[in-house]
Design a binder for this molecule. Structure first.
Ligand SMILES: Cc1ncc(C[n+]2csc(CCOP(=O)(O)OP(=O)(O)O)c2C)c(N)n1
Ligand SMILES: [Mg+2]
Length: 463
């Protein structure tokens, strides 16, 4: 209770900066407490008692368990069918400029081509690891296109399309994948763990669900900023995760705190049917991840993740909703199918049939769906397709070849940035390492690191 009152005080403080005369901190109870106190006075003969823990529950004499199997599944919103046609002719499709439609298409194609090239690069031993987002490009690109470029993003690892849409260049991707001196993470992360302060995308974390409570916290900070600076652009936080990550405790804590503190966070779950080799049937028994949002009192929608127009429209409206009433969370569950192996370390045909994958590839794919839509509108043809693919390939390979020749950051970078200044222990370890490399010259190839052996020298260390 003490911390809740503390947070409430903070909210009021932010409001009082905004409207100095209108809001003053008073030790009055928070809205939830008021509601609870009001609930004590009940009308005699009422058909419900406002229990503080369930304020709108009617009395019944029917003893019946609520059985999930009897409830209808949450519907899946879509605009386009698998042939790229508008499903409901009575509703005009969202008004999206041609330039934007083509940008979304190009970005999806770009990511899919980079995925093929880099998957092969791993197989050739040129990068240590890679993860593709085949079949899920529409979720990343479509949702990113509906956010403001200033909305902070927390992502998992299969949302390369977000980086592409926000302006990551082929050189940026390659710097991270090849751990070059130009990687802002200074080569200290596994490939595909991109991050960009400039593009407001927090660095990807390997431990699942790390980013979800972080997003709720950032959502609270953004809420305060929105309240304090009402004439500035009002922002939301976007948070992506897989349905597998939603099995982590962090997911539940994050959604609950975002709901109770009314944080403007758009949670976007990619439900692609698998957490590595575990199919969704073995991951949960409820109605997907969407049903959990409702459980936490969060406005929720399920969308066809292979329909980029639907993903974009749902995200656009979720963003608007998230900014209502000084902020509130929204959950989107985007349905798709993980066409690829989980990563380069996985062989998915050990646990699923090849024919199932081939079927999904052929039957439904966000790229072909949008392509058909564009062709139907006369905005795309085979010639443009060939040019796009060839240009993207050229651009990626050029950046790839350049990054492959680039040096890694100096070896001391592995110790830097942990603390503002290196600790004595770190300095000692650095010296020890230099001693080893000098002693066993020939065993360690340090030529691929900037400054070579000098990169381990103490005089270079910022202290
Ligand atoms: C805390 C934690 N547990 C386990 C893992 C190993 N792991 C990496 S990815 C993954 C599957 C995640 O599935 P999902 O969230 O559905 O994302 P998808 O790979 O399907 O995109 C697992 C279990 C991990 N990285 N972190
Ligand atoms: Mg998954």
């Amino acid at each position: 209770m003490a911390s809740r009152l503390g947070l409430r005080r903070l909210e009021i403080a932010a409001k009082s900066i905004l409207h100095p005369t209108a809001v003053r901190w008073q030790p009055s109870p928070c809205i939830r407490c008021q509601r609870r106190w009001q609930s004590i006075s009940q009308k005699i003969g009422s058909d419900r008692v406002h229990f503080p823990g369930a304020v709108n529950s009617q009395f019944t004499t029917q003893l019946a368990f609520t059985r999930p199997a009897d409830l209808p599944g949450m519907p899946t919103y879509r605009i386009l069918d698998q042939e790229g046609r508008i499903v409901d002719q009575a509703h005009a499709p969202p008004d999206i400029e041609t330039k934007e439609l083509l940008r979304m298409y190009r970005d999806m194609v770009f990511v899919s081509i980079m995925d093929i090239i880099m998957f092969d690069a791993q197989r050739q031993g040129r990068v240590s690891f890679y993860m593709v987002s085949a079949g899920e490009e529409g979720i990343a690109v479509g949702s990113a296109s509906a956010l403001s470029p200033n909305d902070p993003i927390f992502a998992q690892y299969r949302e390369t399309g977000i980086f592409q849409y926000r302006g990551f260049t082929p050189a940026d991707f390659m710097a991270q994948l090849f751990a070059t001196k130009d990687d802002p993470g200074r080569g200290r992360n596994m490939p595909v763990h991109y991050g960009s302060a400039k593009l407001r995308i927090h660095t990807i974390s390997s431990p699942l669900a790390t980013q979800i409570p972080q997003a709720s916290g950032a959502g609270y900070a953004v809420k305060m900023q929105n309240l304090r600076n009402p004439t500035d652009e009002q922002r939301v936080v976007a948070c992506y995760f897989g349905e597998g990550a939603a099995s982590e405790g962090d997911f539940h804590a994050a959604l609950n705190i975002a709901a109770t503190r009314a944080c403007p966070v758009v949670f976007i779950c990619r439900n692609n049917g698998f957490a590595i080799s575990t199919p969704t049937l073995e991951q949960y028994r409820g109605d997907g991840i969407a049903s959990r949002g409702v459980g936490y009192g969060i406005d929720t929608i399920r969308v066809d993740g292979n329909d980029i127009l639907a993903v974009r429209e749902v995200t656009r409206q979720a963003r608007e909703l998230a900014l209502q009433d000084n902020g509130r969370p929204v959950l989107i569950e985007a349905m798709s199918y993980r066409v690829s192996h989980h990563s380069t370390s996985d062989d998915s045909f050990a646990y699923r049939a090849k024919v199932e994958v081939e079927d999904w590839k052929r039957r439904d794919n966000p790229i072909t769906r949008l392509r058909k839509y564009l062709q139907g509108k006369g905005l795309w043809d085979d010639e443009r397709e060939a040019a796009l693919r060839s240009d993207a390939r050229k651009e990626i390979l050029e950046a790839y070849r350049k990054a492959e020749r680039e040096k890694h950051p100096p070896l001391r970078a592995m110790m830097e940035d942990v603390y503002e200044e290196m600790t004595e222990e770190q300095v000692g370890q650095l010296e020890k390492m230099r001693g080893l490399v000098e002693r066993y010259e020939g065993e360690y190839d340090v030529s691929r690191y900037e400054e070579g052996i000098a990169g381990l020298r103490l005089k270079e260390v910022k202290r």
